[in-house]
Design a protein. Sequence first.
Length: 117
Amino acid sequence: MKLTEVHYPAGLPIDGYAPGHFRINGQVHAGALVLAEGRVQAWAGMHDPAPLLALTGSVDVIFLGTGADLVPPPAALRTALEAAGLGLEMMNTPSACRSYNVCLSEGRRVAAALIAV
């Protein structure tokens, strides 16, 4: 079997996650975070739309990882992101991490807003 190394041309890959933290591009980050445009920033969670709205025009879709289980985001968050033209894909955090990495490796304009499991 031939293995091919994955390259991430325009962002930081999610190497792993565990209760309370993520490993992003080899560094450990605790708590909820937003990954976009090669940056990682702390995030206060689904009641903090500002870091997500700041991505308007630079990403096409945000993968929202809601923790261990799928939890619908507040209606105000969905409405604000839709009004800004940002796509939102909700899923549990493990699925959001995988989806983000796949799309990132394809060179797509994606972001991840992740709540730690």
